[in-house]
Write a protein that binds this ligand. Structure first.
Ligand code: 13P
Length: 249
């Protein structure tokens, strides 16, 4: 039986964007009605979340890029899932490879953050992916499987969890895996999800991320078990992001 999964076209602005960039979010939101076949999400930097929610006018979802595992407390500079929710966010990325690398986030930390997201009523977008060295050593599936089993939150459902496969070597490099490679990893993730989450695993959305552009989106999004994109650089302008999301018109 083939289950219909509503895709998600998501943008991660990373440490980019100032108030002038809100015009891009407004432009994406205005065109969202034309992207009838997918949900749309932009994750701007935390400084812009509340204003992005206003600019989105309920037409697209806004998310955070990270959250602390605790709801509040003495954690200077951190932001809780509850605070993101209070600012109007509906989603939060956790375990992005840049967080894992720059901030030493382990799978256990990622799981705690994902559970915080669920506690606060946010959808957790759990990011996984192998490095170039791991791929060359033939460890891709082992690495991704290990990250999944150790970082998925307890209590996950198809409504509160999204998984994003982002090969580290494809992020910001212009390199992408072949559709066959994407199919292999996404098929593996699907089987692992069904194993780990017997109720929800068949319908949890699995996004592909890493150098998605308007020119390669159609090919990548057509791969089996690819239920949307997590876009970095090409999500910073409405023109490029809509060129990707228009795959789901
Ligand atoms: P790029 O699309 O810039 O390669 O970034 C992907 C990414 O890391 C999204 O989270």
């Amino acid at each position: 039986m083939t289950v219909k999964i509503r895709p998600l076209a998501a943008g991660n602005w990373k440490m980019n964007g100032v108030t002038a960039s809100l015009a891009e979010i407004a432009a994406i939101a205005e065109s969202a009605a034309g992207i009838g076949g997918a949900d749309v999400l932009i994750c701007p930097p935390a400084t812009l979340i509340a204003q992005a929610v206003a600019a989105a006018a309920g037409r697209i979802a806004i998310g955070g890029q990270d959250c602390h595992a605790k709801a509040s407390g003495a954690h200077t500079g951190d932001i809780s899932a509850e605070q993101l929710r209070d600012a109007g966010a509906g989603f939060v990325l956790v375990g992005h490879s840049e967080r894992r690398a720059d901030h030493g986030e382990s799978d256990a930390v990622v799981r705690a953050k994902a559970e915080a997201a669920l506690r606060a009523g946010l959808v957790a977008v759990v990011c996984v992916g192998e490095t170039n060295l791991q791929r060359e050593a033939g460890q891709t599936l082992a690495v991704v499987g290990g990250q999944l089993s150790a970082s998925l939150p307890h209590g996950a459902t198809a409504q509160n969890l999204v998984v994003a496969y982002e090969p580290v070597w494809a992020i910001g490099t212009g390199l992408t895996p072949t559709p066959e490679d994407v199919a292999e990893v996404h098929g593996f993730i699907r089987r692992e999800l069904v194993d780990l989450l017997p109720e929800a695993g068949a319908v949890v959305r699995i996004l592909y991320g890493g150098s998605v552009k308007p020119s390669n989106a159609a090919e990548l999004m057509a791969v089996e078990n690819v239920n949307g994109a997590l876009v970095g650089g090409a999500s910073l302008t409405a023109k490029d992001f809509l060129g990707i999301a228009s795959v789901y018109e």
